[in-house]
Design a protein around this ligand. Structure first.
Ligand code: F3S
Length: 393
């Protein structure tokens, strides 16, 4: 791999052992994937933040590192809200370990944003090279914003934060971003009425079909919240890090894309609307949780509007970033009055609080996929309207 002078200096140990090891991680990754050089990244999102997922081994590794981020770098959700963890039923021993993880990341210069939707609060521009690691954030950055990032693991993202670069391979290269499978519905008209939950269900079904391909959807007109739901679910049931929607997503509209790719020459997959509808069910649940990925302003407003003047009859968890709470206290107040809880910093999947719930209703195709394996709970998928109805009936 081509290395510049600053890379050679880091490798010689001039900037410390941690930086040397981190650069070696990036070089090893680059060699595996045939990268010719390292390229600068404009931001990094680091996953591996919940004590539930990284445990003592991860904490010990973090505490042994000694360097600071050289580019804007921010953290994925952790296992609890930083302020109201005891209200959420988090064990004090878990909270203590989680605090140690936060302290370790802070010492490394990682911003403690604790959200999987950093794009609501950070400027990300079309064509930016990033090193992000949370799968739904990666899918959104690549597909909806037109930025370029591979789906990094926690260690490689942290290495990029401390070095400021990533190996140039995969989705950093324009021709690797072209679609290789065309996806359509057997009844495209049905999607006209779909909200984020139905797009999440489509992603749940499509992810299993396309695996790690770059799908190109035809006949759909989703807005950004629906694109978020679609991408998050496909990243969960498949390994989709980039998708395109005809005439909607930014790269699907640029000349390079239109000239380099022919729909007719690609594999075609047709998804039955009945398979999408079959993801929904009406089983009894003990609790309701929304905000996977963390809610947008519009989604938070919808939840507040639906809960206004009502009282919940079962636990209702709503997950957002702390910035979203700070900017929309009026909406949070409406939700609080209903007895539902808005939590920042964490989510239904990475928090151990969900593990005790038994069965959970959600409007997220990604959460529907992860809740059984990560939390041992029976999931139910429903629209946001259904989630509020079930939580208040
Ligand atoms: Fe975000 Fe947690 Fe879902 S990190 S995408 S809310 S699993």
């Amino acid at each position: 791999m081509e290395l510049d002078r600053s890379d050679e200096e880091i490798l010689s140990g001039e900037y410390g052992e941690t930086r040397r090891v981190m650069l070696e991680i990036l070089i090893a990754l680059g060699k595996i994937y045939g990268a010719e050089r390292l390229i600068p990244v404009s931001s990094v999102q680091v996953s591996g933040a919940s004590y539930k997922t990284i445990g003592d081994a991860g904490l010990e590794w973090l505490e042994g590192l000694d360097a600071r981020a050289v580019v804007p770098a921010f953290l994925n959700p952790i296992g609890m809200p930083r302020e109201e963890w005891s209200e959420m039923g988090i064990d004090p021993a878990f909270a203590g370990k989680q605090e140690e993880i936060l302290t370790a990341y802070k010492r490394l210069g990682i911003r403690l944003t604790c959200t999987c939707t950093p794009y609501y609060h950070q400027i990300v521009q079309y064509g930016d090279h990033l090193a992000w690691s949370e799968s739904s954030a990666v899918a959104y950055a690549n597909s909806v914003l037109g930025a370029r990032t591979n789906r990094e693991g926690g260690p490689s993202a942290l290495a990029s934060a401390l070095i400021g670069k990533t190996p140039e391979y995969g989705l950093h290269i324009m021709k690797k971003r072209l679609p290789n499978v065309i996806v359509s519905l057997d009844d495209p008209a049905a999607a006209k009425e779909w909200g984020p939950a139905e797009y999440g269900a489509l992603g749940y079904v499509a992810g299993k079909e396309v695996g790690n391909a770059v799908p190109f959807f035809r006949g759909l007109r989703p807005n950004r919240d629906r694109l978020k739901a679609l991408g998050a679910a496909m990243a969960a049931t498949g390994a989709v890090a980039l998708f395109h929607v005809e005439d909607i997503t930014p790269e699907a509209r640029v000349p390079f894309f239109k000239q380099s790719f022919s729909v007719d020459e690609k594999e075609q997959i047709e998804i039955a609307v009945s398979d999408v509808n079959a993801v929904f069910s009406d089983i009894e649940v003990n609790a309701v949780a929304v905000g996977c990925p963390h809610l947008s302003e519009d989604e938070l407003r919808t939840v507040a509007d639906l809960l206004s003047g009502k009282k919940v009859t079962k636990p209702f968890f709503i997950f957002v970033s702390q910035e979203m709470i700070n900017e929309h206290r009026d909406l949070v107040t409406i939700i609080d009055r209903s007895g539902a809880h808005v939590y920042a910093d964490t989510c239904m999947v990475v928090s151990p609080a969900t593990d005790k719930l038994g069965s959970v209703m959600t409007n997220s195709g990604k959460a529907f996929s992860y809740l059984p394996a990560m939390c041992g709970v029976v999931p139910r998928l429903g629209t946001i309207e259904d989630c509020v109805r079930v939580a208040t009936e």
